[in-house]
Design a protein around this ligand. Structure first.
Ligand code: C5P
Length: 314
């Protein structure tokens, strides 16, 4: 953090501004179980935080306000329905402090892209307001508040690579020897609604007699430990992919184009429509990205690496 005035540090909290960077996520494995009575599906997922970031700046204010620039500016409501505002209010209520802050969001993560952009912004808000207000909660406390905001929000408080269970909100970090994986991220025009993707999966599954069992992440975890990109490529899997392809058949072309461009493997990220491709190193990722860009099938193609830390001040 960088205070406006170096000498003016209040007894509690920061003068501000507090700047927090937060990453996007991909699901390396997304096993989806049956629909539960509470409207969520039981998940067995492996999250990885990747190097596409949003930035949230929190300043002192007399009320709670949100402004934004970048991806989705002008499309996203900035009122009480925004997950950023909900996150600030949830932290204030938990800590018993007034929800006073001027928040500004610089977005690079696309809206409704399957990269958890909205969840990332909520996680960034918790970390930023915790520093601004001096509430000084632990990561675990912040993740507890995050769980009430959305399934992916707790993961983005932690970042790295982690197992997600429950409806995705219960996080167990995966402590492996550090290795960097290289990704090509193909961003489509327009978003896909997460609830719609889950509903479509239920519809597709209703055509089969018995619901498929919840797939565990064992093969994926073994591939991560093996530090072998080709093996990781073979272990990538997403049960929501069939639903995303059913709602957006053109994504099949994107997946084919990525593999034709030499990617080790490609999958739909979360509920889509973003597709992510695994590359063997940074140079390979650049070459795959250049070919995918030339295919003209995607709005934007970016390279990224992971794992990276979750929401952090600085
Ligand atoms: O938790 P979040 O608000 O991101 O979830 C959005 C919607 O996605 C839920 O209301 C639900 O319809 C669907 N969902 C689900 N199972 C999950 C996570 C999300 O059905 N594990």
């Amino acid at each position: 953090w960088r205070p406006d005035d170096e000498d003016e540090r209040p007894r509690r909290g920061m003068v501000g501004p507090v700047r927090v960077r937060v990453p996007a996520k991909v699901n390396l494995h997304l096993g989806v179980g049956p629909l539960r009575p509470d409207g969520y599906h039981e998940l067995n997922t492996v999250y990885q935080a990747i190097s596409i970031h949003d930035e949230l700046t929190a300043r002192r204010g007399d009320t709670l306000t949100l402004t934004m620039e970048g991806e989705g500016a002008g499309e996203l409501a900035l009122d009480e329905t925004n997950l950023v505002i909900k996150a600030a209010r949830a932290l204030a209520a938990h800590a018993g402090v007034p929800a006073h802050a001027r928040l500004h969001l610089r977005k690079q993560i696309p809206l409704a892209g399957g990269l958890a952009g909205g969840s990332a912004d909520a996680a960034a808000t918790l970390v930023a307001c915790d520093a601004l207000w001096g509430t000084d909660l632990s990561r675990d406390d912040l993740a507890g508040i995050a769980a009430g905001l959305g399934s992916d929000v707790p993961f983005l408080v932690y970042g790295g690579t982690a197992l997600g269970t429950g409806h995705g909100e219960t996080i167990s970090p995966i402590l492996a020897r550090p290795v960097t994986w290289h990704w090509v991220v193909a961003i489509a025009d327009g978003g896909l609604s997460t609830p719609a993707a889950y509903r479509e999966l239920d519809r597709l599954r209703a055509e089969y007699a018995a619901p498929p069992p919840l797939r565990n992440a064992d093969a994926l975890l073994a591939a991560l430990r093996g530090r072998d990109a080709a093996r990781l490529g073979r272990a990538l899997g997403n049960d929501l992919q069939a639903a995303a392809l059913s709602l957006r058949p053109a994504l099949a072309e994107t997946l084919k184009a990525g593999e034709a461009a030499g990617a080790l493997a490609g999958i739909v990220s979360g509920s889509g429509p973003t597709c992510v491709f695994l590359a063997s190193d940074a140079g390979h990722a650049e070459r795959v990205a250049a070919e995918l860009t030339a295919s003209g099938l995607c709005r934007t193609v970016r390279t990224a690496y992971g794992p990276v830390p979750g929401a952090r001040v600085g």
